[in-house]
Design a binder for this molecule. Structure first.
Ligand code: 1JT
Length: 255
């Protein structure tokens, strides 16, 4: 009997087998949870359906988080097919390629709002829809990065977005705590996922971590999956509004 037998989870943000969302979903499924997963855009559908089959995840739904109607339809399907919800995983972020290099101050209004809409507001919108389905309490999880706390070259508007996302975790935790719903985040070290693909000098970022982090290595997606399982299960029952670092200790180093 798994840690999550009889529990139901919705996972957004799977693009391929390297996705942090997939590593988290893998651990939830292995512990016996029933899963619903989403994909963003027709280009990702076939790949996500194949991964869903492997997990397994019985429900696969398209969801563009900038579209209110698609969010509503997603939760109608989750209610119909899972009959409730215990866990929500938000592993969604976007900023235009041009926003992730050069000076932060050059960000356009459009680029700023798009990053905030997809990477920040979406978590709040999803939480609002998910909470009524969490009748016996529940747990919500999102993903952040160190660029929310300190200036990280090229992370730019994503750093501002992640700072707002981390604040959202605290406000949502305060809103939903009385209903037994916990809200937490993992601040993950850099991992070579599809998101990292568009990032210039990402290999330099990885080698800096190897050099400076206390563990002298980068983290794996499996380590994010394990921390995700912890934050979504009763093992972390006393924790809410927390941002925990899974970063080989990188964030604790000063000079
Ligand atoms: C996005 C991207 C969100 C890359 C992300 C991300 N959160 C972490 N990363 C990896 C990363 C990116 C940069 C970086 C360090 C780590 C890309 C698409 C938009 C969303 O700079 C040192 C730029």
């Amino acid at each position: 009997m798994g840690l999550l037998s009889g529990k139901k989870a919705l996972v957004l943000g799977i693009a391929n087998e390297r996705s942090l969302a997939f590593a988290i979903a893998r651990r939830l499924a292995d512990e016996g949870a029933a899963l619903a997963v989403t994909y963003q855009g027709a280009a990702l559908e076939a790949r996500v359906r194949k991964l869903a089959e492997a997990l397994p995840a019985g429900t696969v739904v398209p969801c563009d988080v900038t579209n209110d109607a698609e969010i509503s339809t997603l939760f109608e399907r989750v209610e119909q097919e899972l009959g409730g919800l215990d866990m929500l995983v938000h592993a969604v972020a976007y900023a235009g390629r041009e926003a992730l290099s050069g000076a932060y101050s050059d960000v356009s209004r459009e680029g700023f709002l798009q990053a905030m809409d997809i990477s920040v507001f979406s978590f709040t919108a999803l939480a609002r829809h998910a909470a009524p389905l969490m009748k016996d309490g529940g747990a919500m999880l999102t993903l952040s990065y160190y660029g929310a706390e300190k200036v990280v070259r090229n992370y730019n508007v994503m750093g501002v977005a992640k700072a707002a996302l981390e604040a959202s975790v605290r406000y949502l935790a305060a809103d939903l705590g009385s209903r037994g719903i916990r809200v937490n985040a993992i601040s993950a070290g850099p991992v070579k996922t599809l998101s990292a693909k568009g990032v210039r000098d990402f290999n330099t970022v990885l080698s800096q971590v190897e050099e400076r982090a206390p563990l002298r290595r980068n983290i794996t997606s499996e380590e994010v999956g394990a921390a995700g399982l912890f934050l979504l299960s009763d093992l972390s029952g006393g924790m809410t509004g927390e941002i925990i670092h899974v970063d080989a200790g990188y964030n604790i180093i000063g000079l």
